[in-house]
Design a protein around this ligand. Structure first.
Ligand code: PMP
Length: 379
């Protein structure tokens, strides 16, 4: 029995068409993109094309796109590099939303240990970071504000343009982690008004271990990986040409298919919810108008989320209790507690996330299994 995969917020499978486009750069055109000979130049040509492609898709200039080894690295770089650059201007306070991914939160914690002041921006009960939450925290000591474009646990989309405008009025740099948003909504860095934005390829059917950071020209940021002159001397390391090609091709395909994807995922999400409507004590967490169509975060009263995930797995359905990056931890989700859930309530919450290869039939079947499991676990 093939597993029914409903955990696309954790990762997506590599699209076979994208793999085909990557393969030549793993075999024949294996040159180091920085080598001056023909094989190196061919590889660099592919990297240049990938950079042009990503830049065009987010309305940036090619020299504003830096490739990294994933979303975590891009987030770490934006936060740590941004903080140290701001410090040179005497700004040592960072405002970080309470629902950020651990890649941002942990980077901020590291900075706290290094003497920076870190202040959390609270969110409302729908998981949204409101302007009036940010405004009172801003002053002329704030160097960097970080609010993700869409949350990975609830799908809550944030008012990035308005938040970035506020941050700029106070003279701070604004960074958004768009890792979860990129597969499901158009991103235009100019319209959003952001200074930095991160992407991760494996969330949109590209390869794992590849990401990108947009850094607006003129924005000061410290270099991140030393030891090579790659990525304009800011992020050293031999370029992973095949992965970079895969990221660009996968992102292009994703953006081209956005309207269709939204329609498909909205239908799948509704099908799963409809299937659960026979039960009482199920509520959708977040799920505001305009939030990502891919994610369904549910509180299932009387059911421990780890038991649910395990039982669904035994029935061949992959779902999550929250962010995969924190799944080794027994702590309740920081995103849900920031939204006002008690720890006990947060442990009753699960994340179901849909993808383009799911069928309505398998989603309905998975919902049926969920109903049986919930009834059994509730005794
Ligand atoms: N930010 C968000 C919002 C994410 O969901 C993830 C992946 N879970 C990351 C950052 C980290 O990206 P990567 O897995 O590419 O390191």
């Amino acid at each position: 029995m093939d597993a029914v995969y409903l955990d696309h917020a954790a990762t997506t499978p590599l699209d076979k068409e994208i793999l085909e486009k990557m393969l030549p750069y793993l075999t024949e055109i294996f040159g180091n993109a920085d080598s001056p000979h023909a094989l190196g130049r061919k590889a660099m040509n592919a990297v240049d094309n990938a950079r042009d492609c990503v830049a065009a898709l987010i309305n940036a200039k090619p020299n504003e796109v830096y490739f990294t080894a994933g979303g975590t690295e891009a987030d770490n770089w934006a936060v740590i590099g941004g903080a140290y650059a701001a410090k040179e201007k005497g700004r040592t306070k960072l405002l970080i939303s309470a629902i950020e991914h651990h890649a941002v939160l942990a980077a901020a914690e590291k900075l706290r240990a290094d003497g920076f002041e870190i202040v959390q921006i609270p969110v409302n009960e729908g998981g949204r970071c409101e302007l009036n939450a940010l405004e009172p925290l801003l002053d002329d000591t704030v160097g960097l504000v970080a609010v993700m474009a869409a949350n990975n646990e609830t799908g809550a989309v944030q008012p990035i343009k308005e938040l970035a405008d506020l941050a700029h009025k106070a003279g701070a740099v604004f960074f958004t982690d768009a890792v979860q948003a990129a597969p499901y909504m158009p991103l235009d860095v100019k319209a959003l008004g952001v200074d930095m934005l991160s992407l991760s390829s494996h969330k949109f059917y590209g390869p794992k271990g590849c990401g990108a950071l947009y850094i607006k020209n003129g924005v000061k940021i410290k270099g991140h990986v030393v030891g090579g002159e790659q990525e304009r001397g800011l992020r050293g390391g031999t370029t992973n040409v095949a992965a970079v090609v895969g990221l660009a091709e996968a992102y292009k395909k994703t953006v081209e298919n956005l309207p269709q994807t939204t329609e498909t995922l909205t239908t799948l999400r509704k099908a799963f919810l409809d299937g659960l409507s026979v039960l009482d004590g199920i509520t959708v967490n977040g799920g505001n108008e305009g939030d990502l169509p891919s994610v369904l975060n549910l509180r299932i009263e009387g059911v421990n989320n780890a038991d649910f995930v395990y039982s669904m797995d035994l029935q061949g359905v992959c779902v999550a209790a929250g962010s995969a990056c924190a799944s080794a931890s027994i702590k309740p989700s920081h995103v849900l507690t920031a939204m006002g859930f008690t720890e006990a309530q947060a442990k009753e919450c699960v994340r179901i996330s849909f993808g383009k290869y799911n069928t309505e039939e398998e989603v309905r079947e998975a919902a049926k299994k969920a109903v049986e499991i919930i009834n059994r676990l509730r005794g």
